[in-house]
Design a protein around this ligand. Structure first.
Ligand SMILES: [Zn+2]
Ligand SMILES: [Zn+2]
Length: 430
């Protein structure tokens, strides 16, 4: 890392914060028009249009044959910083009752029509990165170096970052390799608050679809069939023993969740197949390997115990890598954030928790062997947060992926922009 040339000062030119009215409206636009993973064409088009309207940025679209967009602003000699936002919505029906709530429905990649919602707050990420594009352009005299803005598709599938860097005409064939990669996520939390954490910030996540094969027949004659429902039930229960019996309970937390199980239609027919979908979360590579091996072993063994006519099929649905915050980069961010945000209880804290979910953001850095830092900021209306906190009911606050998850726009947007710009300026400010 070219640490010596980095200018790590807690500098932040809030005088260049753009008019947030425009960006609040833009946020409402993105919120009302979410698109599912891999289908973010309209979002990418609007992002491109907004970037073009600023001038000065070199813009690249359809990166790696995805809907990914990148913009580069070269501003003399200096470090290169990449800021990332993800763009996809989720198959969730919005129930927030907001006047700009999504009424969108989309056909997913399997052709099934789904209600669609920005239930993970990626609309806040897109909008804050566009506003940061404007801020950094207006503040051009206050910094030197190269700024890269990366608008990534399909984060929810754990596929977008990989596709952007590895696909045909991948990201780093278009833009310079950054010295530092930075990103952030809106979370439940008092709006105005912001948290970093060193080291591991997000678990690895591996998802599978498993097809169990049986032999169908009349419900009155089970002895002439092989019942895939009993096989599936037994498999689901036995899978629970990986975490409870095979993994070190003190040092290696892991999660094995079966989130979907489908088989049969009628009460008197034993079906031919059963399908389960499962999701595995682990915090270290050794446990990950063990849990994945155990999962395959149990699925095959239960099929064999049921005398299945053929081995089960495992299809990988998504893989998220571990996400690690680099110590040195995070130290730089800590210094900046401590300088530009108020401290606890309502501002910045450097000992934030790990993310509940997983993230593919890190691939943008690890694919070119560069360090990264990913932080979180709160999006809950401060009045609501304080009331729930007083009542001891913080668990009632909607979390990401809920039908009711919608950040309060201000001050969330302002903190999101200041975080991104402040993060970039940590390495770019003159
Ligand atoms: Zn999400
Ligand atoms: Zn998300």
């Amino acid at each position: 890392m070219p640490a010596a040339k980095w200018n790590r000062r807690p500098t932040h030119d809030t005088g260049h914060l753009p008019s947030l009215d425009v960006y609040q409206d833009l946020y409402k636009h993105f919120h009302a028009h979410p698109e599912l993973s891999h289908l973010e064409s309209e979002t990418a088009a609007r992002v491109t249009e907004e970037l073009r309207s600023l001038g000065s940025y070199d813009i690249f679209t359809n990166i790696g044959e995805t809907h990914g967009v990148a913009a580069v602003l070269k501003n003399g000699e200096g470090a290169t910083v990449l800021l990332r936002a993800d763009m996809d919505g989720l198959p969730v029906e919005e129930k927030t009752g907001l006047e700009y709530a999504s009424k969108t429905r989309m056909r997913d990649s399997e052709g099934v029509e789904r209600p669609t919602m920005h239930a993970c707050g990626h609309d806040m990420h897109i909008t804050s990165l566009l506003a940061t594009a404007k801020l950094m352009l207006d503040a051009k005299k206050a910094w030197r170096g190269t700024l890269i803005l990366c608008f990534q598709p399909a984060e929810e599938k754990g596929a977008g970052a990989k596709a952007m860097v590895e696909g045909n005409g991948g990201l780093y064939t278009k833009v310079p390799i950054p010295d530092v990669v930075l990103g952030a996520h809106v979370m439940p939390g008092r709006a105005g608050s912001l948290e970093t954490k060193r080291g591991l910030v997000a678990s690895a996540a591996d998802s599978f679809r498993v097809t169990l094969h049986g032999r169908s027949g009349h419900g009155s004659q089970p002895h002439r069939t092989i019942d895939p429902i009993v096989m599936a039930a037994s498999t689901v229960l036995r899978l629970q023993t990986i975490v409870s019996r095979e993994v070190d309970p003190y040092n290696c937390p892991a999660v094995v969740t079966v989130g979907s199980i489908h088989a049969g239609d009628a009460e008197n027919i034993i079906p031919e197949h059963a399908e389960i979908k499962l999701n595995i979360r682990t915090l270290d590579p050794e446990t990950r390997a063990h849990v994945l091996e155990g999962t395959r072993r149990i699925i095959n063994a239960e099929a064999m115990a049921s005398n299945a006519p053929q081995e089960p099929e495992l299809e990988s649905l998504s893989n998220f890598p571990f996400l690690n915050n680099d110590d040195e980069v995070t130290t730089g961010i800590e210094t900046t954030f401590a300088g530009i945000f108020p401290g606890r209880p309502h501002g910045y804290s450097s000992d934030g928790p790990r993310l509940g979910g997983s993230e593919d953001f890190g691939i943008l850095a690890t694919s070119v062997n560069r360090p990264s830092c990913f932080w979180t900021y709160g999006g809950t209306d401060p009045a609501v947060w304080d009331e729930k906190e007083k009542e001891g009911k913080l668990k009632e606050i909607p979390i990401n992926h809920s039908s009711y998850f919608a950040p309060v726009i201000m001050p969330t947007l302002k903190v999101a922009i200041e975080g991104l710009a402040g993060g970039a300026l940590t390495w770019l400010a003159t």
